[in-house]
Design a binder for this molecule. Sequence first.
Ligand SMILES: C[S@@+](CC[C@H](N)C(=O)[O-])C[C@H]1O[C@@H](n2cnc3c(N)ncnc32)[C@H](O)[C@@H]1O
Length: 204
Amino acid sequence: MFDKPPIAQTIRPPGVLPSHMPIFIQEFLKHPLQIGSIIPSSRFLERRIVAAAGIASANVVVELGPGTGGTTRAILRAMPRHAWLLSVEINPHFHALLSRIKDDRLIAHLGSAGELREIVARYALDAPDAIISGIPFSTMSRSEGAQILEAVASLLAPNGRFVAYQVSGRVASLCEDFLGPGRITTELLNIPPMRVFQWEKPAA
Ligand SMILES: C[S@@+](CC[C@H](N)C(=O)[O-])C[C@H]1O[C@@H](n2cnc3c(N)ncnc32)[C@H](O)[C@@H]1O
């Protein structure tokens, strides 16, 4: 794409309780099934997700369900200077917050992960090296979840990584059809303790 000016990073203090709590809780109360978690991810979970996805060596990263942007900022902190991050958020209030992040590597898209193929094609990015997802697969229909995961598996670059964090194991059973059995770890320093599922797409 085009040259990027210097990065302006947003600094956040460390901790288990994240920032932007009031708006997150407010939106959760309005759309509990779509948001799926009452508070944003902790700094500890953010770090685990970033490490599992191999963000430090990625050129193109896609984030599904960035919410109020804590995970997005963690990805940006770890990402190389030349890399791109495309975030896809369905909630307009969260999208408005994401659009305030001043980092020219970030493309914040308001839309649904259900249209992932079209969204990625629209920005003419290379195949993603990592896709990170916080969207709740347990509260959507199995067919919608499978459609998203099929797109994730087909869009990923060879050796690309898919990382999903959720309490429910639904994502693992759905994704097995496309990427095989995944690896599961648990981050205890999060409210609630959160499972992190990860896959690596085969090279061939
Ligand atoms: C559990 S929250 C994660 C928020 C944030 N990444 C974090 O870790 O704190 C899930 C997010 O996914 C978004 N979401 C749910 N379904 C979506 C979809 N189909 N497409 C895009 N975003 C979606 C919700 O609006 C919410 O922001």
